[in-house]
Design a protein around this ligand. Sequence first.
Ligand SMILES: Nc1ncnc2c1ncn2[C@@H]1O[C@H](COP(=O)(O)OP(=O)(O)O)[C@@H](O)[C@H]1O
Ligand SMILES: [Mg+2]
Length: 176
Amino acid sequence: MNKFAFIKEKWDWKPHLSQKEFMAFDSKIKIAACGRRWGKTEASAYDMAYYFLTEENYSQMIVSPTYDQSKLIFRTLESLLKDMKNIEIKRSPYSYMKLKNNIITARTADNDGTGLRGNKADRIVVDEAAYIKDAVIYEVISPMLADTNGDLVLISTPFGKNHFYDFYKKGINRTK
Ligand SMILES: Nc1ncnc2c1ncn2[C@@H]1O[C@H](COP(=O)(O)OP(=O)(O)O)[C@@H](O)[C@H]1O
Ligand SMILES: [Mg+2]
C-alpha cells in the first residue's frame, strides 16, 4: 500500500496538494519553503509516523531551533500513535519513541548543536531549518547522515540568505 493510502486508511487524513507533492518527492535532500500554517508540523508528523510503522531498523530524528518546537511534532506523533500498545515512550533526557528497532527522537539544534554531535540517523526532519545556524546544518546535522546515507528534510519559513536559501536555490530546477 502506498504512503497516502496507508495514511488515509489509518488516520483518515489527506494532505493538501502541495503537502502531497512534497511528501511524495523522493530525494536524499529535500526542502520546503512555506508560509506559516502550511501544515509543516502536521505533514511531518504523518510522514514520520508512516515510516515508523512501515520501515525496519529505521531511526528518525526531529531537529528544531528549540526543543519545544521539536516536541510539537513529537506530541502530534504521540497522538497519532496513541492506540498502539507496544510503543515505548520516554520523555527524558529528550523525547524518544521506540517500536521494535525503529526509533524517533526529538532534539534541539541550540547550543551550536552540541547535543546532536556523534548521533546518527536514517532520516532527519529539520523544522524551522532557516533559523538554525549554517554551521550546525553543515558540520553537525549533515554528518549524522553520512554513515547511513540517510535523508535530510528541511522545512521552514524562509529567513535570510543562509543554508536554507542555498538548498532552496539548488532544488528549484529539480522539482518537476
Ligand atoms: N492536510 C490537512 N488537512 C486538514 N487540516 C490540515 C492539513 N494540514 C494542516 N492542517 C491544519 O492546519 C493548521 C496548521 O497546521 P500546522 O501543521 O500547525 O502548520 P505549520 O506547522 O506549517 O504552521 C492546523 O490546524 C492543522 O491541523
Ligand atoms: Mg508548525
